[in-house]
Design a protein around this ligand. Structure first.
Ligand code: AHR
Length: 620
């Protein structure tokens, strides 16, 4: 093959092309990215969370009473907060029984690390109670211990630290009363001191770092279908997810579990800031999912009109929470959470894969017009509708065009062949219409072949970076043993992370993005369509560094030797960095290999069979 281009022949493209899609699906937040180690810390799990399919899923889930001479019950009289009505009542008549939390299929602790333990407690008898709090292994070994004293009739927050003396993946937390009588406990929390960027109530450091390593330019939150929920009472309301943890409003997660919302909007905005990603919150368009199973209302039961004004105000308040100064109502709340400086919100998504019904259109339009009028500085992203096979996006596009929505969110999960055969998808897009955010896509597999199909499609996305503004592979995270949606980008367990091969494609694109696309010509000795579609290239330039980045994808079973003819780059380092991802098409464990190569105005490079290669030429 011959790849030729002139660096001066370029067009401006979006510098936000690679981002991330976060949804609390597959235990992505609770038990995942959110670093809390205690499961059901608030005793708010309910049978309803699982729609009754698992009878063990109650407010005592993950908790058990050990030993004899005690009782463990749940009460709701005089809770810490109305949003957090359940608490534990631990009553003992002899020293010995203890209350144990199993964590998220075990608590993973590391020798020498410190863990912050906190609890809200009270003594109804108004008699001082001492509790030993310790980490224990399955065979009862004590892995770290502390004690707390409860001496208040009213709820009081107690904080202490436990240091772990062993590394173990499946510890439990044990609370062992040392005084006879009753204690009430709630918000029992164990948090590693080591969180990502040392944030309080923060994120699991290793997982957050794996995400940060993608160099995502934006982060979408909180989903996905989670945004609109599967019933009007299941819509994600951002105000329920901020403020003191004990006052947040947990709710059923439509993916079949429970959301503590401990990783709420504040933690999300802070993470975006920490990793240099633009926040992209998505709010429901006043409708729930059309496939709602909860009561079967679907969009037929869109939010009642009498609630729309207050709902729209909530959206305006979210913008104020991000961007308002500390004198504003919501800017003040952000400052109280520890962030006086605005978060600088530029984008907001309204709706997620909604059926473009009359009910949806009416509500979307109401929200869109107010946000646009009050916040012309914010780019609103609409939706073009559900991604199901056979659905076309005409209705959604018509709505967006009629209202002049600046950007629309498209989703598609397709087989690799679709991505290989549709590389001209955006070449045909009308540049005068809305820009595109490809908010969810994946080629339904975690083998090298899938990753290469996605890499190849992304060369076409870069070429169309004037109309496609952002993309995010979906879903991002999946905890082994709790995978509800396949396939995902990063798999993990309590003490390990297994990025998929698709992850390395995202990472290589994220690390090697540009803001100018260099027009190029890839000539193959065999020009058959089937061959041509399986070899693709993209050339971009990053204006900050001046670096030139060449991406080459070979989906053929044979090596393709490539002659690169590069014009117009006067000052470049002749030693470039090349990173290659290659293997057998069915391989799931493939890692990028980085080495140096010699470049110049003409050079030869090999594309191994089934490979993705990135060559970064450094400007001098
Ligand atoms: O990414 C998983 C799900 O796929 C999202 O929640 C939804 O938007 C889409 O259907």
């Amino acid at each position: 093959a011959t790849l030729s281009f002139d660096v001066s022949q370029s067009k401006k493209i979006s510098d936000l092309l690679i981002g991330i899609f976060f949804e609390d699906l597959n235990y992505a937040a609770d038990g995942g990215l959110y670093a809390e180690l205690i499961q059901n810390r608030d005793f708010e799990y309910s049978l309803h969370d699982l729609k009754g399919s698992d009878k063990s899923w109650t407010s005592t889930k993950a908790w058990s009473l050990r030993g004899v001479g005690g009782t463990f019950t749940i009460d709701t009289v005089l809770p810490i907060h109305a949003n957090n009505k359940n608490f534990a009542v631990l009553k003992i008549s002899t020293i010995g029984p203890s209350l144990v939390n199993e964590g998220w299929s075990g608590i993973s602790v590391t020798e020498g690390e410190k863990y912050n333990f906190s609890v809200f407690a009270r003594t109804p008898e108004n008699i001082t109670k001492k509790l030993i709090v310790r980490l224990i292994s399955k065979d009862g070994a004590v892995l770290g211990e502390t004690s707390v004293t409860v001496n208040s009739l009213k709820w009081e927050k107690i904080d202490t630290v436990i240091a772990a003396n062993q590394t173990i993946a499946d510890a439990s937390l044990e609370i062992l009363p040392q005084s006879i009588g009753t204690v009430n406990l709630d918000m029992v929390s164990l948090f590693p001191q080591k969180t990502f960027n040392g944030r309080k109530n923060g994120l699991r450091a290793d997982l957050a770092q794996t995400i940060a390593d993608i160099h995502p330019r934006f982060m979408r939150f909180p989903g996905g279908c989670l945004v609109h929920g599967d019933g009007l009472n299941n819509i994600y309301h951002w105000k329920n997810t901020i403020g003191p943890l004990e006052s947040r409003k947990p709710q059923r997660n439509l993916w079949g579990y429970h959301q503590t919302v401990g990783l709420g909007y504040f933690e999300y905005f802070q993470f975006c800031e920490d990793i240099g990603a633009e926040p992209l919150p998505v709010v429901a368009a006043g409708v729930c999912c059309q496939n709602s199973s909860d009561g079967g209302a679907g969009q037929q039961g869109g939010m009642p009109m009498c609630q729309m004004d207050s709902y729209i105000q909530d959206i305006l308040d979210l913008i104020e929470y991000c961007n308002g100064d500390t004198k504003t109502t919501w800017g003040k709340k952000r400052a109280e959470a520890g962030h006086p400086k605005p978060f600088s919100l530029k984008y907001i998504g309204i709706g997620n894969e909604d059926l473009i019904s009359d009910i949806f259109q009416e509500r979307f339009e109401m929200i869109y017009k107010v946000v646009k009028e009050k916040h012309p500085e914010i780019t609103v992203i609409g939706t073009v509708g559900p991604f199901e096979e056979g659905t076309d996006y005409t209705e959604g596009w018509n709505l967006a065009t009629r209202l002049g929505v600046p950007m629309v969110d498209e989703h598609y999960y397709k087989l690799p062949g679709w991505f290989i055969n549709n590389q001209d998808y955006y070449d045909k897009y009308d540049r005068t219409k809305s820009k595109v955010y490809l908010g969810e896509y994946a080629s339904r597999g975690n083998a090298l072949y899938n990753a290469l199909a996605e890499a190849s499609y992304l060369t076409a996305i870069e070429r169309n970076g004037d109309v496609v503004h952002m993309t995010s592979y979906a879903p991002l995270l999946a905890k082994d043993g709790f995978v509800k949606w396949k396939t995902d980008l990063i798999y993990f367990g309590n003490n390990y992370i297994k990025p998929s091969v698709n992850y390395y494609v995202q990472k290589l694109y994220g690390e090697n993005s540009g803001d100018a696309y260099i027009e190029n010509n890839l000539a193959l000795s065999d020009s058959k369509e089937t061959v041509r579609r399986r070899v693709s290239a993209s050339v971009v330039r990053d204006s900050k560094s001046g670096d030139l980045i060449i991406k080459l994808v070979n989906l053929l079973p044979v090596e393709v030797n490539t002659h690169v003819k590069l014009n117009g780059m006067d000052k470049m380092d002749t030693t470039a960095v090349q990173t290659t991802l290659t293997g057998n098409p069915g391989d799931k464990k493939v890692f990028p290999v980085t080495e140096t190569c010699t470049v110049g105005s003409e050079f030869k490079i090999s594309m191994p069979a089934y490979s993705f290669k990135v060559i970064r030429i450094v400007a001098k």
